[in-house]
Design a protein around this ligand. Sequence first.
Ligand code: AHG
Ligand code: MN
Ligand code: MN
Length: 333
Amino acid sequence: MKRISLTQYLVEEQRLHNSIPAELRLLIEVVARACKTISHAVSKGALGEVLGSAGSENVQGEVQKKLDVLSNEILLEANEWGGHLAAMASEEMETIHPIPNRYPKGEYMLLFDPLDGSSNIDVNVSIGTIFSVLKAPEGMKEPSEKDFLQPGVKQVAAGYAVYGPQTVLVLTTGDGVNCFTLDREMGSWVLTQRDMQIPAETKEYAINASNARHWYPPVKRYIDELQSGDTGPRGKNFNMRWIASMVADVHRILNRGGVFMYPADAREPDKPGKLRLMYEANPMAFIVEQAGGAATNGKQRILDIQPQKLHERVAVFLGSKSEVERVTGYHNQ
Ligand code: AHG
Ligand code: MN
Ligand code: MN
């Protein structure tokens, strides 16, 4: 089989569709290289002394793991000097990170969740990195938080890496979704799946069912119906999976279908959900739509939401189109 590297894929994509300018290609390659470094650190585990807590909290009041902090640093350092970015923002940093003055600035802005699935780090379960790329607004001088507050439809690229039994990188630039596998011996990303498509129908769902008593009626109704199986209104049996790393749950759904839900619930009625809009939900929604699936907050398309703040939270329903449409319909009734 002819091996196509990430670089070759990006160059050819530009030649064929004019969709990946040189600066964006550099950006994607730099992020991919950073993910390789993170993958290496993750795989060392206890031997690399990277497990455990960092002894600090992020802006969301969550305890930071050593690998959360390390992955954030790896992404920052890799992306500072290339001249392709104006600024970055991260789950692990309260405020945005403009490119320091000693480096040239570019027209893109990068957002990331450096390590998704933190609760799985120390127990050797799949975790990942999620990223989203926006263009700086016309005429922007000093980047500020408000320059980042663009709806997800404005993303020019998005992707994620999963550090699991295999390390993979899934990428979209708005022209379908492709998957690359890290060849650890060669140190290169190899194209292994072209044009990923989420099956429209599914018999699999993902939700943290320990929150069932807090769910609002539309979610309760939807899950009750799934759980009633072939004797219920759906007339078929459903299976459940919950990895607690969104990145790994989404990767499963991209490969064999399914619906992933992290709804708002009555635990914290003021919060619109747990997941963050700008660096978790938006990039995943972009990828899922590009693979023929759907993504809503229960009421509207995630990509259409106008963000009000950088660390805004959002309810998430994404995956196979027919299921996302059904559960969204229950909310809108
Ligand atoms: P992060 O590790 O970046 O904070 O994100 C974890 C998220 C998401 O990946 C996962 O689906 C969800 O939190 C799991 O939440 P529960 O522990 O409530 O199941
Ligand atoms: Mn996350
Ligand atoms: Mn994280």
